[in-house]
Design a binder for this molecule. Structure first.
Ligand code: PHE
Length: 502
């Protein structure tokens, strides 16, 4: 018969010598093959109708550690009973427990079962026997001893009484039930025909080495055929968390596009997080609801007086910008407050304060915090992708093009730009993407051109394109998730199943 591989031939021959039917273990022994090799060969042979696989399943009961302990030292109620007998039939519970050598955790169990087995009663702190002599060994204890002695017993072999006792022991968490499979292989008629003819067993080469190729010996040896579609057990190598992979990818794409990375501290003054971005001090986003304020230390340091005064005046009356400002009295104390940054725009504006010459292309991928209810689409701690472009003549179109390129490189096809509002940009927009699984548009980032009220105090004379948005939202689309919390749940099954991204 052609097309049979070495292991299959050896399995057939072993079965022939074993009179056509044998357990897998016997075939293993006779053929000298590994167990897994025989099983694999048996599967192929049964597909070709040369071997029939007989399978028998049964359950065995085995003791766990606690069960073994009780099998050796007796069930706690039996020990308590014997102790009470020694103490004359009644005693204070603590005393009886000590006499029985039971630790505190076992006492309630022992008392409970003493009562259930009608061996004794508890009255206040005392415990007294209702039996005068020691009751004989129960079915549960007999079974415990049998399993201990034989290591395991077949559940199917037990009679009704013992089965009931087994159930009790299982509920007491002393035994475990395991499934066993017994397999026998049998030659079919066709299998016999082939095996009887005798099969030529030539050793096969499983690995093509450079030596075989160079010497030309590969022409004469028999190379093993491999079924590359055969099922194998899954292997789960260690790998980077999917979210970290996406963070890395975002970085790489920005770098590819000519951006430089900037990073800043997680704790910022309200000045950088809000004031420098022309967000009035009574802006709702500043309220405790959204922002985490630090309790200790409560305040940080403000930048140069010149810059602080320019920001203050812009808030109050527009300063030199032509704007009317927000028309209120700006407070330095409010601006000094420390917050967990609510967005990474705090870092881009801070960067602009010290970098005024075009061209500038910087980005950050970093953590931000918001005091929000955690839901399927909101987290209180998450990452933002942020960036700015400053040049002599850039417009919102450039920003739309840049973002379209960025998200397309990420594999997101359906992007649209919708009008929006931010206190620090004009015009303002948002980039949205269609989430195929959620069947709706989700916001990718806010974007716009920094207002003169933001730029003038920093001394910037050129247009600045800015954007910032959630990274986890992007991850949701990428990974096909409908619940953002999965990214932080450490669900091992999901982590294993999620492939490495390219
Ligand atoms: N900071 C905004 C946010 O957190 C996003 C944004 C950044 C909007 C820059 C416009 C310009 O949602």
């Amino acid at each position: 018969m052609t097309g049979l591989r070495l292991h299959e031939k050896k399995t057939l021959m072993a079965l022939r010598m074993l009179n056509g039917r044998a357990s897998v273990d016997d075939v293993v022994e006779r053929s000298g093959l590994a167990h897994a090799a025989v099983m694999r060969a048996a599967l192929t042979l049964s597909e070709r109708n040369l071997v029939k696989i007989h399978e028998q399943k049964w359950r065995v009961a085995i003791l766990n550690e606690e069960g073994e302990h009780y099998a050796q030292y007796g069930l706690p109620e039996r020990r308590l009973l014997r102790a009470l007998l020694r103490l004359g039939g009644e005693a204070v519970v603590d005393e009886a427990a000590q006499e029985a050598g039971l630790n505190a955790g076992m006492v309630p169990l022992a008392l409970g079962w003493l009562r259930r087995k009608n061996w004794g009663v508890i009255k206040g702190k005392k415990c007294m026997l209702t039996v005068g002599t020691e009751p004989s060994i129960g079915v549960d204890e007999k079974l415990l001893a049998t399993i201990f002695e034989k290591r395991s017993v077949k559940v199917e072999d037990l009679d009704e009484d013992l089965k009931r006792a087994l159930e009790t022991l299982r509920k007491r968490n002393l035994v475990e039930i395991e499934e066993k499979v017994y397999r026998e292989l049998e030659l079919t008629e066709e299998g016999w025909r082939i095996a009887k003819k005798g099969l030529e067993i030539t050793e096969e080469v499983t690995q093509l080495t450079p030596e075989l190729i160079v010497s030309g010996r590969w022409r004469n040896v028999k190379l093993t055929k491999f079924d590359v579609t055969a099922p194998v057990s899954a292997i789960y190598p260690g790998k980077m968390h999917p979210l970290q992979q996406i963070i890395q990818r975002a970085r790489e794409i920005f770098l590819e596009m000519g951006f430089t990375e900037i990073r800043g501290p997680l704790v910022e003054t309200a000045f950088w997080n809000f004031d420098a971005l022309f967000q009035p001090q009574d802006h709702p986003a500043r309220e405790m609801m959204d922002t985490f304020y630090l309790a200790y230390p409560q305040t940080g340091r403000l930048p140069s007086k010149r810059l602080v005064e320019a920001v203050a005046k812009t808030h109050e009356d527009g300063w030199v910008t032509g704007s009317k400002g927000w028309r209120y009295k700006w407070s330095g104390e409010e601006a000094k407050k420390l917050v967990l940054r609510t967005h990474t725009t705090a870092e881009t504006i801070k960067y602009l304060a010290t970098h005024r010459k075009p061209p500038i292309k910087v980005f950050s991928v970093d953590r931000v915090y918001r005091n929000e209810q955690v839901t399927y689409k909101h987290l209180a701690e998450f990452h933002q992708i942020e960036g700015i472009i400053m040049d002599k003549r850039v417009t919102l179109r450039d920003l739309m093009g840049t973002l379209k390129t960025f998200y397309t490189k990420f594999g997101i096809e359906k992007i649209e730009f919708w009008p929006s509002y931010f206190p620090y940009t004009e015009p303002s927009a948002q980039a949205v993407a269609y989430h195929p699984k959620l069947k709706r548009w989700i916001e990718l980032c806010g974007m716009g051109m920094f207002r003169p009220e933001v730029l003038a105090p920093m001394g910037i004379k050129y247009p600045v394109l800015a954007w910032g948005g959630g990274l986890e939202r992007l991850a949701m689309i990428e990974l096909g998730l409908d619940d953002i919390r999965m990214l932080y749940a450490n669900n091992v099954g999901w982590l294993r199943r999620t492939p490495l991204c390219q």
